[in-house]
Design a protein around this ligand. Structure first.
Ligand code: ATP
Ligand code: MG
Length: 344
């Protein structure tokens, strides 16, 4: 069976949106609008898998929305909304909790990383995060999912959930007239030079909203001075840049900065090294500061303008939620029939 092509992805309102979210996800979201119907979600249900201050969450939700809009996502042509306004996400997640296996979730590295040593004290939601993510995607029967490299494992689990549902309920799917398969196998879109932007302080750790050090990341709302300072202070090694990509392999910090430059400039690592191979980091960092400020400055400024108008942001989210729900409700009706839930 062929499915209508549709893109879905989400970003959590968990704090400071950073360069990794921008290059790994949001830039891709923008580009995909041209060829696909896209649904972009501020995933607030995911956010509360770790504690979020209720006084802070609405601001963070509006800020992610502002980032989407500031980067060029068109909420009229596509759909932008926050997850908690469409209850079908949570409803389908429950069904998927009963499809996915404990053994699958036990393998998820994000849970292990986020739960840390005190696993007994992590929320149940943090553990079952991937089944909610599968529901986010599959409640729209989305076929393509742009994400950063860190979400690859969760995407694979989403594919497994779709397949197991299709198998377990094959007879009911057929008897209700949905053909051989009800859910598509969502395809991860993880491409380009910045699928995993690393911390500026430690080239072996992913740049993250939750890192205690603000110097580890470039926030989308950082001004030119902050961007310059963070890049100048970014950890490097003493060698000049190599001329070949192979020379980056044992040098995670150099590899990261070159990858960031490549992604911001829309070129490959090899092309960056053609220009900067043999240069000292001081020279390369100056060029990177100029490029980052030129690219991120306007985004940050537009975000700041937009967050001053929460009424407008909320209207975008409400409108998007209403349109998303029409699709999601349709899927849930079918799922209820397939699973065997009586409905009026
Ligand atoms: P948290 O620490 O709360 O999980 P996060 O920075 O990982 O925050 P998410 O909202 O979980 O942000 O992820 C949003 C999108 O950004 C996902 O597609 C994720 O893969 C991508 N992403 C997150 N961090 C990076 C990174 N360092 N490099 C590239 N992409 C990233
Ligand atoms: Mg994350």
């Amino acid at each position: 069976m062929s499915f209508k092509e549709r893109v879905f992805s989400g970003v959590q309102p968990t704090g400071n949106l950073h360069l990794g979210n921008y290059l790994g996800a949001i830039v891709k979201f923008v580009a995909l609008q041209e060829n696909y119907d896209c649904i972009y979600c501020v995933v607030d249900l995911h956010a509360i898998t770790v504690w979020q201050d209720p006084a802070e969450l609405p601001r963070a939700t509006r800020e992610v929305t502002a980032a989407f809009l500031a980067c060029g996502i068109n909420p009229k042509q596509h759909i932008v909304f926050n997850q908690s306004q469409v209850a079908e996400h949570a409803e389908l997640a429950w069904v998927f909790n009963c499809v996915a296996r404990v053994g699958w979730l036990n393998r998820m590295t994000q849970f292990k990383e986020k739960a840390g040593k005190d696993r007994e004290n992590a929320s149940v939601g943090l553990y079952s995060y991937p089944t909610l993510m599968a529901a986010d995607i599959l409640v729209y029967r989305a076929t393509h999912v742009p994400v950063g490299e860190d979400q690859k494992q969760h995407l694979e689990l989403s594919r497994d959930v779709a397949q197991k549902f299709n198998n377990d309920y094959a007879a009911a799917i057929r008897s209700h007239g949905y053909g051989d398969v009800f859910f598509p196998q969502p395809e991860p879109l993880i491409q380009g030079p910045a699928t995993r932007v690393m911390s500026l302080r430690d080239g072996t750790k992913k740049m993250s909203k939750s890192d205690a050090s603000d110097y580890s990341r470039i926030n989308l709302t950082d001004d030119a001075d902050a961007i310059a300072q963070k890049i100048r202070k970014a950890k490097t090694d003493p060698e000049p840049l190599p001329s070949e990509e192979k020379g980056l392999e044992p040098r995670p910090e150099a590899d990261n900065l070159v990858g960031i430059y490549a992604a911001l400039a829309g070129v490959t690592r090899a092309e960056v090294l053609k220009d900067f191979g043999g240069s000292q980091f001081s020279t390369f960092k100056s060029a990177l500061v100029d490029l980052a400020v030129a690219k991120l400055g306007p985004v940050g400024a537009e975000m700041k303008r937009l967050v001053h108008d929460p009424v407008y942001i909320d209207s975008v989210l409400a409108d998007g939620a209403a349109r998303a729900q029409i699709i999601a409700a349709d899927t849930m009706k079918a799922v209820k029939d397939i699973v065997g839930f009586v409905r009026g």
